[in-house]
Write a protein that binds this ligand. Structure first.
Ligand code: SF4
Length: 254
């Protein structure tokens, strides 16, 4: 079956998921109480499926929906400050058709990129429990299996980074998680797999404190764009040939 069709079937399954009672109750409660600015809106208040291009070469792995962002609008990173940061950078680097993401009907199209996450339900304090992440990991795995053209994975935050690596480890593609240290701009070529890039999450906590600037986020996606367009740069070739699990550096070269 075509990947696009299979992703749609998977999306329906995710939206109907009830595996984590705490998160399902929390999302519904947020949708009932609402934030004052959105009191006339009907919140989505269901799990949020992945979003993007079925032929993506870039996979972005976030954390989980924001309570008044994706949990309100029903689309990844849509309707909050994190999304403003992310989609602006994706638009400037050619992956998004527009810099704004306000609703599922706003016309935004991703080209060559797909956004998934380790958690599909908004968690209290933005902190999903370990068992909730374990419940949800299967959905990201199935997206990975369907997105066969992915060459670069950008993990937004340490939880997305660790979850993606845990999938690789369980599939025998890497041996030890300890060889991969999260940081902004670190790059790891995975033998027989994509290049994994670490990136600080565009949460308000990071962007309002200057830990993550627009230029830093844009730099990561410029690097991702170079990698998906070109053959892997020479600096990776030795690592891949030797099957080395890791190479890291400072901010990505742009
Ligand atoms: S977090 Fe994932 S596994 Fe848990 S209820 Fe939501 S969609 Fe289902």
């Amino acid at each position: 079956m075509h990947a696009e069709r299979q992703l749609k079937i998977l999306a329906k399954e995710i939206v109907a998921c009830e595996r984590c009672p705490r998160l399902r109750a929390y999302c519904q409660e947020i949708g009932r109480v609402k934030r004052r600015a959105y009191r006339d809106e009907t919140y989505w208040a269901k799990p949020v499926p992945g979003f993007g291009d079925p032929r993506a070469k870039l996979l972005i792995v976030g954390l989980a929906p924001g309570a008044h962002g994706a949990n309100r609008t029903g689309r990844m990173f849509t309707g909050d400050r994190s999304g403003e940061y992310l989609y602006r950078a994706l638009h400037e680097t050619g992956f998004a058709s527009q810099p704004n993401a306000v609703s599922r009907e706003d016309g935004l199209v991703l080209t060559g990129a797909y956004i998934g996450a380790p958690g599909r339900c908004a968690p209290p304090d933005n902190k999903p429990a370990k068992e909730e992440l374990a419940n949800c990991r299967e959905y990201l795995e199935r997206e990975i299996d369907l997105l066969k053209e992915v060459r670069v994975v950008v993990a937004l935050g340490s939880i997305g980074f660790a979850t993606y690596l845990s999938i690789l480890r369980d599939r025998g593609l890497i041996r030890r998680l300890i060889d991969f240290k999260f940081g902004h701009g670190v790059e790891y070529p995975i033998p027989n797999g994509p290049v994994l890039i670490g990136c600080y999450h565009p949460s308000q906590q990071n962007t309002s404190t200057g830990r993550l600037t627009h230029e830093m986020l844009q730099g990561v996606f410029r690097t991702a764009d170079l990698l998906v367009r070109a053959e892997l740069p020479a600096r990776f070739e030795d690592d891949r040939r030797r099957g080395r699990p890791a190479r890291s550096g400072g901010p990505p070269s742009t």
